[in-house]
Each structure stands twice: as structure tokens, then as C-alpha cells.
Design a protein around this ligand. Structure first.
Ligand SMILES: Cc1ncc(C[n+]2csc(CCOP(=O)(O)OP(=O)(O)O)c2C)c(N)n1
Ligand SMILES: [Mg+2]
Length: 370
């Protein structure tokens, strides 16, 4: 179905990837969109309670997460990070299981607010509702990676509104001083719910702030997947070399209302909404790959069919799974047995987890009721 082997068009060569990589990236962008569209349908049909959408952010998310290494590096995502999570190993089924809050939902077993994805197996940190708190989690992970000498990189992403929280200053200052292997991604979609960007930030680019920390600040066009990839690759290489953090600001668009509880026509002019589609990464990437001869009509038709089938199967599966048993509501609120606490394949650099709530430490679980 997809291009296989090492075939490399001029376009792929320009960013050091293969044609198969480009097709896989495109499929992830398109899958994220299809899952997201399905979520809105399920919400309107009364099947899931709340949607917070990644539509308009997918191209930047896939491009930026792509150069990070799955199951080695870490990402602390935010509520729009569906495409980031799919790039890093979660599946359409995992995302929908969280939306349905089913007992077997890998994000939280139905404990988290919908849209708060996380996946221990894929080094995706469970996110917290107070925006920007994931900054400190990610910087802490980067510090641990540096101390342990694991060669891992930690990345976090958030919106431009969230970038004004105090945690971001504290985290960036610390990460820059200690040259931590860290990447901060600001997905600037021009709004924090109904508040426009010029009422959130006094400069046109959040990336300008990087200079104040002595680190590079890069602005990328979020509709250009490969430009996002190139910026993140450079940031990841820099982090692994020990040269410290990078701030990447991707200019993205918010194609939907803030959430399924919001009506954006109350505060966004009709003309602005009508112009958004022209800035959408999905059709841009499709034409770019078609023009380069990478995405043929046949490949595109196969991808469309396989994505449709995948989203359909994921929905059917999630629908049929049991809800959590209310008597288990207090489980997993505090640390218990948790698979990711087993040492990763590359080891913990001599810093064991014993006595820190790891699998051998039963003390954390003893107070839990089943
Ligand atoms: C500390 C905190 N304050 C307020 C909120 C409510 N809130 C949730 S999302 C959001 C807007 C964030 O905007 P931005 O960071 O630009 O991200 P976007 O939703 O646009 O992607 C706000 C104010 C919150 N969750 N946490
Ligand atoms: Mg925003």
C-alpha cells in the first residue's frame, strides 16, 4: 500500500527522510483529523460528553514529534495533542477509549477529564487540567535524563495563552541554565478560548522570549509539516548534543470552537473563519506530496480506506467496552503498580526506582481499596 524501502524523492531527500516516512507522516496527520471528526459526531450524537479538538494543529504536531524517538524520549502533551500522541505510539482506539472513559482506557481507565491523554507505555505523560503545569513535569524529566546520562529528550507543548503562566518562565530559566535536553513547543492558534493573541502576548511572536533565556527561539509555519519537522530535528539534535533547550513556536490555526462547550461564532468574524481552510496543513501536505510524486492517487485511495476502517473499528471497540466499576473510583489516584515503572530497555543509569513507588514498592498501594 505505502511506498516501501528506501525510495527517496527530491522532497524527502531535502529533509533527510524517505518517501515511506513522508507517507507515514501524512497518514498520521489524516488519521488525527479523522479521529477528531469522529469525536465531534459522537459528541453531537450524545455518545461522548466533551470534545477538545486538535483540528488545525495536526500538521505541526506530527512534524514536530516525528524526530523524537518513541519509547525513549518523553512528551508531556496538552489537550489538543491528538496527533502528537498518535505519532508517539497511541492508536485511534486509545484516543477513543479516553473519550468514552472506558474501564480499559489506557490514558487513565476513565479517571481523567476527556481529552487528557497519557500513555505510560509510550512515554506520554498524563496531563493536568491547569494549563502549563506539564512544563515542570517535562523539565524534570529532562533533568533526570541529564543526571542519568540516558541521552533522552523531553518535550512539552501548549498554547500561546498557556505560555504566559509562571511555570513556563521557571521551567525555561532552569532548563536553559542547566542546558537540559528539553524542547518547548508553543502551538500558537491565535486564541485562548475567546481571547485573541494580542490580548495575551505583547509581541507578535512568543518565540522572541527565548532570547531572554539565552536559548534559540524558532518560529515555524504550522501548515508546513516538513518545516516543523526540520525545526524539531534541529532542536532534538541540539538537546542530545548537550547544548540545551529550544523554544519552537508553530503558527497554527484552530479550525473548531475551543471545545464542544464553546460557540466561536460569538467572537470570531465570519470572514476569519472562512479563510481558515486555506491555512490547513492537511490539504497543503497532500498537494506537496502529490506534486513531488510521492502520494499517488492509488496510495491516497488506500490510505483513505484504511483510515476509515481504523476509525470505524476503534469506535465499535470503544462503544462495546465496559464502563469503569464505580467501586474502583479511588484506584490509580495515587501511585500503585504501574507498568512504565519497570526500568526502560536502556536502563536507569544506576538510579533504581526502589522505594519510589516502583513495582517493588508495595507501600504506595497498600492503602488502596479494591
Ligand atoms: C491555570 C488555568 N487557567 C485557566 C484554565 C482554563 N483554560 C483552559 S484552556 C484555556 C485556554 C488556553 O489557551 P491556549 O494556551 O492558547 O491554548 P489553546 O486552547 O488555544 O490551544 C484556558 C484559559 C486552565 N485550564 N488552567
Ligand atoms: Mg491558543
Amino acid at each position: 500500500m505505502t511506498t516501501t524501502g528506501k525510495a527517496q524523492s527530491e522532497l524527502a531527500a531535502s529533509v533527510g527522510l524517505t518517501d515511506a516516512d513522508l507517507i507515514a507522516m501524512y497518514r498520521t496527520v489524516a488519521l488525527a483529523r479523522a479521529v477528531d471528526e469522529r469525536m465531534w459526531i459522537l459528541n453531537r450524537a450524545g455518545r461522548i460528553p466533551f470534545v477538545i479538538s486538535g483540528q488545525g494543529h495536526e500538521g505541526a504536531q506530527v512534524g514536530i514529534a516525528w524526530p523524537l524517538e518513541r519509547k525513549k524520549d518523553w512528551i508531556a502533551p496538552f489537550y489538543r495533542s491528538i496527533a502528537t500522541c498518535l505519532t508517539f505510539g497511541m492508536t485511534a482506539q486509545d484516543i477513543l477509549m479516553a473519550q468514552y472513559a472506558k474501564a480499559s482506557d489506557p490514558s487513565s481507565g476513565g479517571r481523567q477529564m476527556p481529552g487528557h491523554y497519557g500513555n505510560a507505555e509510550n512515554n506520554l505523560v498524563s496531563l493536568s487540567s491547569p494549563v502549563a503545569t506539564q512544563m515542570l513535569h517535562a523539565v524534570g524529566i529532562a533533568l533526570a535524563a541529564k543526571i542519568r546520562g540516558t541521552g533522552q529528550v523531553a518535550m512539552t507543548s501548549m498554547g500561546e495563552g498557556s505560555s504566559n503562566q509562571g511555570d513556563v518562565h521557571e521551567g525555561l530559566n532552569f532548563a536553559a541554565i542547566h542546558k537540559l535536553p528539553f524542547i518547548l513547543v508553543i502551538e500558537n492558534n491565535g486564541y485562548a478560548i475567546s481571547v485573541p493573541a494580542d490580548r495575551q502576548v505583547a509581541t507578535p511572536d512568543v518565540a522572541d522570549r527565548a532570547a531572554g533565556y539565552g536559548i534559540p527561539g524558532v518560529v515555524v509555519d504550522g501548515s508546513d509539516v516538513l518545516a516543523c519537522y526540520a525545526a524539531a530535528k534541529e532542536a532534538a539534535d541540539r538537546a542530545r548534543r548537550g547544548d540545551g533547550p529550544t523554544l519552537i513556536e508553530a503558527k497554527v490555526i484552530r479550525l473548531t470552537a475551543h471545545s464542544s462547550d464553546d460557540q466561536q461564532t460569538k467572537y470570531r468574524p465570519e470572514q476569519e473563519l472562512a479563510g481558515l481552510k486555506a491555512l490547513d496543513a492537511l490539504p497543503h501536505f497532500r498537494s506537496q506530496l502529490a506534486d513531488a510524486g510521492v502520494l499517488t492517487e492509488e496510495i491516497e485511495a488506500d490510505l483513505t480506506a484504511s483510515i476509515k476502517a481504523e476509525v470505524h473499528a476503534a469506535t465499535e471497540f470503544a462503544e462495546a467496552e465496559p464502563d469503569p466499576d464505580p467501586s474502583t473510583a479511588m484506584r490509580w489516584v495515587y501511585a500503585e503498580e504501574w507498568p512504565s515503572e519497570a526500568p526502560p530497555p536502556w536502563g536507569l543509569g544506576g538510579h533504581g526506582m526502589e522505594g519510589h513507588g516502583g513495582p517493588d514498592d508495595r507501600s504506595a498501594a497498600e492503602g488502596a481499596t479494591d
